[in-house]
Write a protein that binds this ligand. Structure first.
Ligand SMILES: *[C@@H]1O[C@H](CO)[C@@H](O)[C@H](O)[C@H]1NC(C)=O
Ligand SMILES: *[C@@H]1O[C@H](CO)[C@@H](O)[C@H](O)[C@H]1NC(C)=O
Ligand SMILES: *[C@@H]1O[C@H](CO)[C@@H](O)[C@H](O)[C@H]1NC(C)=O
Ligand SMILES: *[C@@H]1O[C@H](CO)[C@@H](O)[C@H](O)[C@H]1NC(C)=O
Ligand SMILES: *[C@@H]1O[C@H](CO)[C@@H](O)[C@H](O)[C@H]1NC(C)=O
Length: 424
């Protein structure tokens, strides 16, 4: 349990000077018991007081009734308004300026007792927020709401309220435990082994030599889960595809791999020279951007969220950059693999709508036009050839049987009429 130091201070503020002395013994006893716990404020010979209250300094070495003399280090006089009463020094309505080193002396000037006075304020209710970067543990961090000028520590505990009926019956008040503080990360504590479907009441208590003040905060994992950003983001151009970029990444290393708790992702990307982002969502660890701008460097970031939409999106990952592969025509002319370049030209059209006109370079368009013209010309030639052959055949046939000039036509009319008659 935490120490009970605030009791030591009660006597300083005692409005009745006589009572102060009685309480000295009382607090001395209490202090000695709590000394067993290594929980002092770590400063020997220091007395704490609250700004604006009457602070009383005791001359512990003095004999009862003996006259004592108080001095303040580095000062000619005691603070204005201070009173020596039965050996104690009373500093009414102490202000921060009253802080300093004081000493009391016997009639012969010998040092009886020295004390360093530190003044400050009572703790305020701390500001607290909690976050889970995975579903196994969560952390809370806090900041004080009042500058107290005094040494401060925090007592951080939680009480768990299970949401499953079975445990609720078994454990009505909920399980209590410490929110563990790690000295290397001041201002935060962690609840280990947290349950996704339980709710937790955090008690963050700020304690200083004058008193304590706590804040309660109810949290559920589903509300506070916020993964760390994905890692290992890589963006690569796809050869011969001037509008595509292949983006891949990994789960954040803080997210434990388990089939029941997965992440989904969103990707944001833009050409470096543009301001607005395009966003796509995916459940995969890679994605092909199909509407990149040819020849422009793109910047890409990725973020993650719990697969079932609990909590918040992670922060965006670190940026990665890449420029889509160069133009087809340039590439093709260098690589001579015309077949593959035509293939990729065929799969080039992108599904995503284009916010701005694409600068497909002139030569590329010309190639496309030339190719389609060639194909068109081929079909036209083939058609002309077939028609020519048919005409030639018919002319020859016609020449052979001149006696039956209309037989061909008659047969054709017959064939046409036949299905009609059948329908009727
Ligand atoms: C959660 O805390 C436990 C206990 O300290 C630890 O073993 C585990 O690795 C932590 N989980 C994550 C994802 O950090
Ligand atoms: C919060 O914790 C402090 C310190 O342990 C304790 O004194 C206080 O009573 C607690 N408050 C509640 C509501 O549990
Ligand atoms: C990516 O996710 C889609 C569904 O969104 C799925 O159809 C596809 O197979 C996945 N691709 C890979 C490479 O996992
Ligand atoms: C998480 O999202 C909620 C709303 O969905 C918002 O109020 C809260 O501020 C967010 N928390 C963080 C840490 O972004
Ligand atoms: C289109 O891109 C080419 C280089 O690929 C560049 O020379 C030309 O100026 C661009 N045209 C426009 C209108 O941006």
């Amino acid at each position: 349990m935490p120490s009970h130091f605030p009791l030591c201070l009660l006597q300083m503020r005692s409005p009745i000077p006589g009572l102060g002395r009685v309480m000295v013994f009382l607090t001395a006893a209490l202090a000695s018991t709590s000394l067993a716990v290594p929980e002092g404020w770590g400063e020997e010979g220091v007395q704490y007081g609250q700004v604006g209250t009457d602070v009383t300094l005791l001359c512990t070495g003095a004999h009862a009734g003996a006259a004592v003399q108080w001095r303040r280090a580095d000062a000619a006089a005691l603070p204005e308004g201070s009173v020596i009463h039965q050996g104690t020094l009373v500093l009414p309505q102490a202000s921060l300026a009253t802080m300093g080193a004081y000493s009391c002396h016997g009639e012969d000037g010998g040092l009886l007792h020295a004390v360093s006075l530190r003044l400050g304020y009572l703790p305020g209710v701390p500001f607290v927020s909690c976050r889970a970067s995975d579903y196994e543990n969560f952390s809370c961090s806090w900041t004080s709401s009042v500058e107290t000028f005094l040494p401060t520590r925090y007592i951080t505990t939680y009480r768990k309220k299970s949401l499953t009926g079975e445990e609720k019956r078994r454990n009505k008040n909920g399980h209590m435990g410490p929110c563990l503080q790690d000295p290397s990360r001041p201002g935060t504590c962690t609840v280990h082994g947290s349950e996704f479907w339980s709710s937790y009441r955090l008690n963050i208590t700020e304690v200083n030599p004058l008193g304590s003040s706590f804040r309660l905060l109810d949290v559920t994992m589903q509300a506070i889960i916020k993964p760390d950003p994905p890692e290992g983001l890589v963006v690569e151009p796809i050869p011969l595809a001037p509008r595509r970029l292949l983006v891949s990444w990994r789960y954040p290393s803080s997210w434990p791999k388990e089939p029941h708790f997965q992440l989904r992702f969103r990707l944001q990307y833009r050409p470096v020279i543009h301001r607005s982002w395009s966003v796509v969502e995916t459940v995969n660890l890679s994605e092909v951007i199909t509407d990149a701008f040819a020849g422009l460097e793109h910047v890409v970031q990725v973020s993650a969220k719990d697969f079932l939409d609990a909590g918040n999106w992670s922060e965006w990952s670190a940026e990665a950059r890449a420029t889509p592969a160069r133009d087809l025509v340039t590439t093709a002319s260098e690589e001579t693999t015309t077949d593959t370049s035509l293939e990729s030209l065929a799969e080039e059209p992108s599904q995503a709508p284009n916010p701005e006109p694409i600068n497909r370079s002139e030569p590329l368009e010309k190639t496309a036009v030339l190719v389609s013209l060639g194909v068109f010309a081929f079909f036209v030639l083939a058609a002309v050839l077939i028609v020519t052959i048919l005409i030639w055949l018919r002319v020859r046939k016609h020449g052979n049987d001149k006696t039956k000039p209309h037989s061909f036509l008659v047969a054709a009319t017959h064939l046409k009429a036949l299905p009609k008659a059948q329908i009727l």
